[in-house]
Design a binder for this molecule. Sequence first.
Ligand SMILES: [Zn+2]
Length: 454
Amino acid sequence: MKISFHGGVEGVTGSCHLLTGIDSEGAEHKILVDCGMFQAEQMCATKNGDQFEFDAKEIEAVFITHPHADHTGRLPKLMKEGFEGSVYMLEPCLGLTKLVLEDAFHIMSEDAKRCGSSVLYELEDLVEVFERTKTVGYHEQVEIAPGFIALFHEAGHVLGSSYISFQDKDKKVIFSGDIGNDEVPILPDTEPISSADVVVCESTYGGRHHEDRSTRVDKLREEIEQVIKDKATLMIPAFSIERTQELLYEIDLILKDVKTSIPIFLDSPMAIKATDLYRHFNHYLKFDANILQEKDRDFFSFPNLRETLSRDESKTINDTPTPKIIIAGSGMMSGGRIMHHLIRYLPDGKNRLLIIGYQAKGTLGRKIYEGAKKVKIFREEVRVNAQVNAIGSFSAHGDTAKLTKWLQPTDGKIPEKIVLVHGDPEAKELFATHLRHNLKTEVLIPRLKEEIEL
Ligand SMILES: [Zn+2]
């Protein structure tokens, strides 16, 4: 077996790993695990345009761990370069991937226009991704070739997310994809690994410790109670997949307790569509035991929730009297409908802004998070008088403790090699040192395009 790394090694985006396995006859087969895009403020300024370092025609199959763009975004480009095999993923993952890739296509086209570059792929390449996709279930064997088998396992990161194991003639390797946080109220726990020779593991929060769920819920409750008391507006910029659904679920539980009526607007077309998929595939989710006893409950919707899909519906939010809660994209305040709400509500000191996700350097979200008192939104100068707070643990990634526990198989020895990907350099170094010390095994940090022989 050999693995080479074509993204997701020098940062957290662009995951794309090429695995070469050997079948029972001794012949080599090449497959990809994920084919994500590099994400930055503008698509045209990234490595997404570079040709793949491998021949797309030689790749026999692609295995997708989960729908996020940094794991799926270059799939259409792979089609354009002549890939002829099948793409495998879970059924709910396919639904979410369609949303993600259509959105990414739209953003890419806009960006290309703005910076006068050509688009990376055409709409027909996007359509081809879905024509080539075959859906599989957890623990359903996919035979790449005789003696070379893939298996999907629950990762607990987002709806329908997986880590994937591959067994060839000689070796077994596991690719983590993204591993979910502990105590996620709506997702099943990450499945423990069985023993393997090598694990390729993400390390986004390999150097961090998350707050627990009760701290997170208490902070959210305080924010809601305060806006009710002040008759003000609470804005929550949220990522469309997973974060929004977890948030809705927690708000639902809090409001039942608080027993006050306050309108909650879900003002993001993508989040509304993603939430519909969560409802549709709710048999893939796992709820708290006491909630499960309430029969026929439509999780994520409650009397006060208003989904404003169209622009006109969205405008009605302005006329709705306070108090009110607005959940809107984008999560890093780098576009989307949240921008209009920020212009309207940030200048009033009574209002509140709650940040629940990672804010990348250079984004408006980061500036506000770091305490800017004045920001520019659509060429307009906006005063930040609203109360700004952040909750750290609404994160869809496991922290150091979670990942370390997951890397220890329930049925045998620690993997001979752990390969760290998908993390900022400091996080990877910290996590590598931690693992070498605690698990007493070899830990590698590969560079972009490097090949490792297993
Ligand atoms: Zn992810």
